[in-house]
Each structure stands twice: as structure tokens, then as C-alpha cells.
Ligand binder design. Sequence first.
Ligand code: NAD
Length: 271
Amino acid sequence: MQLVTLNDGKVIPQLGFGVFKVDPAETERIVSDALELGYRHIDTAAIYRNEEGVGRALAASAIPRDELFITTKLWNDRHGDADRAIEESLEKLGLDRVDLYLVHWPAPRQDRFIEAWHSLEGIRERGLATSIGVSNFAKHYLERLLPEATVTPAVNQIELHPYYQQRETTELAVAHGIKIEAWGPLGQGKYPLLELPEIMAPAAAHGKSPAQVVLRWHLQLGHIVFPKTVSRDRMVENFDVFDFELTDDEVAAITALERGGRVSEHPDDFD
Ligand code: NAD
């Protein structure tokens, strides 16, 4: 597995497994499958309501804790209450620390994300989260946060796929050593991304699937990704992306697909 070094010196597997919209009742089985197939980085969140299932799968796996990388996130209604929220997440996960804890959304109408960030700095200081970061922080939220922050976020987890690349936000993050985690790396299956010639042609050339080409594009651009699937076959497919390399021209053709095609809410409108 390819590892990425964060700005705090910690390392994260560049490819993981996301569990957004994984049914809580199915989560233990699905995460157990992912762990069995080699995934070691799991991305969950308090709002996904499946932290218990993730925790049960981790406990059942007997994989040493230091080989796992577990992310969870602070939900929008807990910006003033992060110290209790992380305790609740840790209890559900059955862990005494997570590897990465994120402010899930800036939630601008509440306007408490800087307060939340300071709480995460304390949580990191106390060792309850090894690294801390943000999510859905478009450029103007990073610009507000960074001058106030004692700890620079290690990551910004944002919607990012070929149709929606958030270049301004990405450039600012990179300038501050903040790694980009691309959520919805496959566009959540909401676009016919996987049928586009810019993706099908390299897939045919490399003997790979369109999804593998899109994931490879992310990896070559340095994004951290954790595609979600409940299918074991697709788990295998999505993990099998380290034995080929897109050419510079292939990467450029996929990058040129940008069209402002967001699949989910804009952070300005989401509390
Ligand atoms: P995704 O782009 O990973 O899309 C998932 C969908 O893609 C699946 O439901 C399936 O339909 C399809 N798919 C998966 N593998 C495939 C394959 N090999 N071939 C064809 N289709 C395939 O979208 P996502 O789940 O939204 O994003 C991944 C993870 O990012 C989530 O599980 C979650 O952990 C995280 N996330 C974070 C936020 C946030 O606000 N921070 C929001 C959404 C998701």
C-alpha cells in the first residue's frame, strides 16, 4: 500500500474504504470483508451511524492497531461539544484513539467551526486523535481558519472527481501542506463518468476497468481516496490499482473533464 506523509509527520494509506450510506446493520460484515481483502484505512463519521459496526469489524479482525488507520468526523450539531462527541465516537468504535478526526462541514450559519477546530487541537493534544483535519472547507473557510489555527489541518476532505475538481481550494490546501482527501472519488455513481471516452480509452489500453482508471488518476494527483462499495468484487477491483500507471496525456485528458459538476451540497448551504 502506498503511504502519504501528512504535515504532522504521520502516515496514511493513500487508498482506503469509505462507509457513507453503508447500512449500520451490514457494516460489520462489509468492513470485515474490506479488512480481509487488505484495506487498512477506514473512513466513517458520527453521522453515518455505523461507527459501532466499524468497531466490531476492527475488533473481530485481530489486525494490530498500529496497522489500521481510522478516520471519523465531528457532526455539525456538535461544534460546541467536540470533547464529548469524540468520546462517544471512540466508545462506539471501541478505540482509545482515532488516527484522524475531522470537522465534517464548516456549517456557516452556526459559525462555530473555529471553536470546533480549537477543540480538535485539544483532542489531538490529549492523544484522542493522532491527526486532525477538516472536511468540505472550501477556500474561503480555509482562509478564515488558517490564521486562527495553532495546528494546521492535516487534510481537507472535499468532494472531488473528474467533473468537479475544486482547483482553488486544492491549490490553497497544497500551499499549506494540507493533503486532499477526495470524497465521492467516482462521482458517487451519479454521472456516466465510467462511460466517457477519456476514461474508457486508458482502461482498454491498460487492461483495467474505468473505475480503476479514475482511482488511479486520483492517486497520481496525490489525492487520498476511499471509494465506497458494498460489493466484494468491487472492493477487490478498487484495491487493485497499484500495478499500472496512466501516462501524462491520459491524466491531462481526465483532468480536462472539469465542468463544475458537484454531486452534493455546497458547504455554504449546508448546516
Ligand atoms: P464514491 O464516489 O466512492 O461512489 C460510491 C458509488 O460508486 C457506489 O455506491 C457504487 O455505486 C459506485 N462504485 C464503487 N466502486 C465501483 C466500481 N468499481 N465500479 C463501478 N461503480 C463503483 O462516493 P462516496 O461513497 O460518496 O465517497 C466515498 C467515501 O467518501 C464515503 O464512503 C465516505 O467515507 C466519504 N464521504 C465523505 C463526505 C464528506 O462530507 N466528508 C461526503 C461523502 C462521502
